[in-house]
Design a protein around this ligand. Structure first.
Ligand code: A2H
Length: 251
């Protein structure tokens, strides 16, 4: 990591039907996912949580309840997200496992409903512990989604219904010269990746895609279709922030 804080876009993914543990909460509830790629939100197919990580539902300063790790909530209380600086009002504590299969609505994606699914490589000490999934452009996301789609036993282990997983294929949102319009799928296939556990190859795939997509990627969808990714990243971040679908977060 470089010096100084990293800027993330926090994507607000609205809980459409709260699991029982959260049923006492009457305010709108959001899972907040930290991303470096706000321009890819057109391609969201699901939200990732780690089954064993502890999350909290906490009170923000604006009649909304957010779900993240405690660590992220603490950082956010120093960035104006709570009524009182440094003070977290915890409404519930839960594991990722308890939140799996929750239906959400997320900005920009063409899917009306997406679901929370398990990803085992999520780190508790980065971002919010909530990760939005864009399998067209993130090799990690594609690998984890394919694992769930290929293995019925894996879906069953986490109590997931087929309809939460099987209909969600990656779809083209960014054209990357030499990698095509599904760059993550291209990298996955080229490197013959087998699963989300293929750490080394996934790191290679990320390298293959990341900078090329940032510098040479062209948007294929949305109001900035035809523009370069690097020219519209900020505009798309601002558009979501202005419509209360995202925030800027530092850590
Ligand atoms: B990115 P950096 Cl399309 N654990 O968003 C594991 N991964 C996490 C995480 C956590 N706790 N928090 C965030 N991330 C992911 C989109 C995306 C991302 C695309 C392509 C590449 C990419 C959709 N997923 O990241 O270590 C999030 O996934 C490749 C680096 O802070 C976030 O952006 O650099 C990125 O990793 C942040 O990683």
């Amino acid at each position: 990591e470089g010096v100084g804080p990293q800027e993330y876009t926090l994507i607000k993914m609205k809980v459409l039907q709260a699991p029982k543990v959260l049923s006492a909460i009457k305010q709108p509830i959001y899972m907040v996912a930290a991303t470096l790629r706000p321009e890819t939100m057109y391609g969201q197919t699901n939200c990732w949580l780690h089954p064993d990580i502890k999350y909290i539902a906490w009170q923000t300063s604006r009649n909304e309840v957010w779900i993240s790790t405690h660590r992220a909530a603490r950082n956010m209380t120093y960035q104006g997200f709570t009524a009182e600086e440094g003070n977290i009002v915890v409404l519930a504590e839960l594991t990722g496992q308890e939140l799996l299969g929750t239906p959400l609505s997320a900005p920009l994606t063409s899917h009306k409903i997406i679901y929370t699914l398990p990803m085992l490589s999520i780190k508790a000490d980065k971002g919010t512990g909530v990760v939005t999934s864009v399998p067209s452009d993130s090799p990690d996301d594609y690998a984890a989604l394919l694992d769930l789609q290929k293995k019925e036993a894996f879906r069953q282990k986490y109590g997931l219904k087929d309809e939460m997983v099987l209909p969600y294929a990656p779809f083209p949102i960014i054209e990357v010269p030499t990698l095509g319009n599904l760059s993550a799928v291209h990298a996955y296939d080229t490197l013959k990746i087998q699963s989300q556990n293929d750490k080394e190859k996934l790191a290679e795939a990320k390298e293959m895609c990341y900078l090329k997509s940032f510098y040479d990627g062209i948007m294929l969808v949305g109001e900035f279709a035809g523009s370069k990714v690097q020219d519209v990243k900020k505009n798309l971040q601002k558009k979501m922030v202005d419509s209360n679908e995202a925030e800027v977060y530092y850590e």
